[in-house]
Ligand binder design. Structure first.
Ligand code: FMN
Length: 154
């Protein structure tokens, strides 16, 4: 059966979007043939998207020591509609930050702990000057999640 991967991200000035594009490219790698990838901007993503997927990846900039308001609003909107219906689903995080990023990661983890979903990869964090070479890590994140879902290893 085709595995389903959801990627939800938000980007205000475009750098998290560059990370997202690399994550998406990895998830759609030609070696992964039996995974459907759905990409949603955080403000457009819905509870149905989370219920639909077998695993998901969230990407956000860090703003004011937290995830972006748009990502928080996504989690605010989906939490109760999906609570108890997504237990055990694997997820991963990517974050773009001016200089830190830990607040974005910990705030997402804290909320998702309440949904009993499972973080299956270390987050990819690009902090400080945008290091192009780290886009490979983003691609790897997407590929590993897609390949893992396809193989049923998560
Ligand atoms: C309102 C605002 C608050 C920010 N707060 C933080 C912060 O707390 N920590 C940090 O490392 N970077 C912070 N930044 C920097 C952003 O994380 C950085 O510019 C990032 O590249 C934005 O991602 P985007 O290009 O996808 O919008 C902030 C930026 C903005 C606009």
């Amino acid at each position: 059966m085709t595995a389903k991967l959801l990627i939800v991200y938000h980007s205000q000035s475009g750098s998290t979007e560059r990370m997202a594009e690399a994550v998406i490219a990895g998830a759609k790698h030609p070696d992964v043939t039996d995974v459907e990838v759905r990409v949603q901007e955080a403000l457009a993503a819905s509870p149905e998207d989370l219920l639909w997927c077998d695993g998901f990846i969230l990407g956000t900039p860090e703003n004011f020591g937290y995830m972006s308001g748009a990502m928080k609003y996504f989690l605010d909107r989906v939490f109760y509609p999906v609570e108890g219906k997504v237990d055990g689903k694997p997820f991963a995080i990517f974050v773009r930050a001016g200089n830190d990023g830990t607040g974005a990661i910990s705030s997402i983890r804290r909320i998702l702990a309440g949904l009993s979903v499972r973080e299956v990869q270390e987050p990819v964090l690009i902090a400080g000057e945008f290091d192009e070479s780290r886009l490979t890590d983003c691609e790897e994140l997407g590929l590993t999640m897609a390949a893992g879902l396809e193989a049923g290893v998560f």
